[in-house]
Design a protein around this ligand. Structure first.
Ligand SMILES: [Zn+2]
Length: 323
């Protein structure tokens, strides 16, 4: 993965590139920002840039053995830890740390990426901390997370923070199209997933997009909260499908906020649903919509730990209960 193959994040990449070519490489980085925007992709492009045998000041070559091995996850000096189940476990961290103290096999650097780093169990974070404090020369840590405030402060304070933003709808659409999603589907998924290619890809793959819009229409139509909840329960519970549904529901709540605050309708992801959304806003008021938005934030924060969609939905729909 070369920098030029990454969609968006140009200013982040420029910072990383400049720090690398001017030899001001920090040894620990915290890549943080919304879920699914490409933080890990940039981390891998950055590591390619550091180990490429033919790199220019602009980019890695994408073709040398090192570049190809990074792409295939086979480069001997780079390890990526992903949560084993819900958490990054202490054994994973304990196994990875001693290896960092050997000189690189190919080099010139050794890299350890902790993906979803907020899922480090506290003992695992403590096991990593000593190495983070006094890293062996040439070792680079990249912690990737959508929830940096769940990481121990002792860990965060050792890292150079790099903030990732959302992509534009156009950037997400072109990324989906490049991965073989038809243009029209890519457009709808990009719009609904608001700047997160990861969520958009999930949408485009998990469910027929027309069904997604039907889902929202039905959600707005079913009169009482209990009935809405029962209706949702009846839809089946495949994890991927449920997560995709939550992306749809998130997009609905964002639109409800726009309607409630009188923001331009042209920015709504669901212009066809303005009328039923307006009816709902009239009924539950701006406070009800804000409560839903609050529940949504809680869902964003918690879902890595307890992806119970029915529970999240129950909380989201609470404001719709008749007084
Ligand atoms: Zn290369």
């Amino acid at each position: 993965m070369r920098f030029r193959d990454v969609v968006g994040h140009r200013s982040v990449i420029e910072v990383l590139r400049q720090m690398a070519i001017r030899d001001h490489l920090g040894h620990a980085w915290l890549f943080h920002g919304p879920e699914g925007v490409g933080k890990r992709t940039v981390a891998m492009a950055f590591l390619s840039f550091l180990v490429c045998r033919n790199r220019t000041e602009e980019d890695s070559c994408g073709e040398c053995l090192s570049c190809r091995q990074v792409d295939q996850g086979l480069f001997p000096d780079i390890e990526v830890l992903v949560p084993d189940g819900v958490f990054l476990k202490i054994e994973q961290v304990r196994n990875a740390m001693p290896r960092l103290y050997f000189p690189p096999v190919v080099g010139p650097v050794k890299g350890l990426v902790l993906d979803d780093a907020h899922r480090l169990k506290i003992e695992a974070a403590n096991a990593a901390l000593k190495t983070l404090e006094e890293p062996p020369p040439g070792v680079i840590f990249i912690l990737v997370t959508s929830a940096p405030d769940l990481l121990p402060r002792t860990v965060v304070s050792r890292c150079f923070p790099v903030a990732f933003g959302r992509l534009s709808t156009d950037e997400v659409r072109s990324l989906l199209v490049a991965r073989g999603i038809p243009g029209e589907t890519a457009q709808v998924a990009a719009l609904v997933a608001r700047g997160s290619p990861g969520s958009a890809m999930r949408l485009a793959q998990a469910e027929d997009l027309a069904e997604g819009e039907d889902l929202l229409r039905a959600l707005l139509d079913v009169p009482h909260v209990t009935a809405r909840f029962q209706w949702f329960e009846g839809l089946g519970r495949g994890r991927e499908q449920n997560l995709a549904r939550m992306v749809w529901i998130e997009s609905l709540v964002r639109d409800l906020l726009r309607v409630a605050l009188g923001l331009p309708e042209s920015e709504c992801a669901h212009p066809d649903l303005i009328r039923p959304m307006q009816a709902l806003v009239d009924r539950i008021g701006i406070d009800g919509v804000l409560e839903m938005a609050e529940a949504l934030l809680a869902w964003d924060r918690d879902w890595a730990y307890s992806p119970s969609v029915p529970l999240a939905l129950q909380r989201l729909l609470q404001p719709l209960s008749p007084p």
